[in-house]
Design a binder for this molecule. Structure first.
Ligand SMILES: [Zn+2]
Length: 150
């Protein structure tokens, strides 16, 4: 068993970079089964004019392209915010092994809120889930972003 390494700081760097681009500050980092960083990105929905360009989706797409597979067994996803239902479904479809997320999202989240995608009987793959890591930093980033918008 190798030493536990948190990649949440790196995900937060992606979230801050997203905020600097005028995007909702959410960042994601994907780690493969060997512990290597295979992809990382932040929200780009405005830049790409694509409502599916969430940090998690972009990271999953890049990792799948690198792996040459639509599945990412043994991979670990770090996200600064509770994934929405769309991203949760993609995480399940990609067979990602473990999900770490920072802040919970009562408004848009789909893990412990709303659709609760992984708890649904139709969900065929549920990752191990750990929340709250770096949650405070993530929340502050989101709050200052939306405060600046008002
Ligand atoms: Zn999402």
């Amino acid at each position: 068993m190798s030493a536990f390494t948190s990649h949440m700081d790196r995900a937060l760097v992606q979230a801050r970079a997203a905020a600097d681009r005028g995007e909702v500050p959410v960042g994601a980092v994907l780690i493969d089964a060997a512990g290597r960083i295979v992809s990382e990105d932040g929200n780009r929905t405005r830049e790409m004019r694509d409502p599916t360009a969430h940090a998690e989706i972009l990271a999953i797409r890049a990792a799948c392209a690198a792996a040459g597979s639509e599945r990412l067994p043994g991979h670990v996803l770090w996200v600064t915010l509770e994934p929405c239902p769309m991203c949760a479904a993609a995480i399940s479809a990609a067979r990602i092994a473990t999900l770490y997320y920072g802040a919970s999202d009562p408004r848009m989240g789909g893990v412990t809120h709303g659709a609760r995608v992984f708890d649904h009987p139709q969900c065929h793959h549920r990752p191990e889930i750990y929340d709250g890591i770096g949650g405070q930093a993530s929340r502050e980033l989101l709050q200052s972003f939306f405060a600046g918008k008002r």
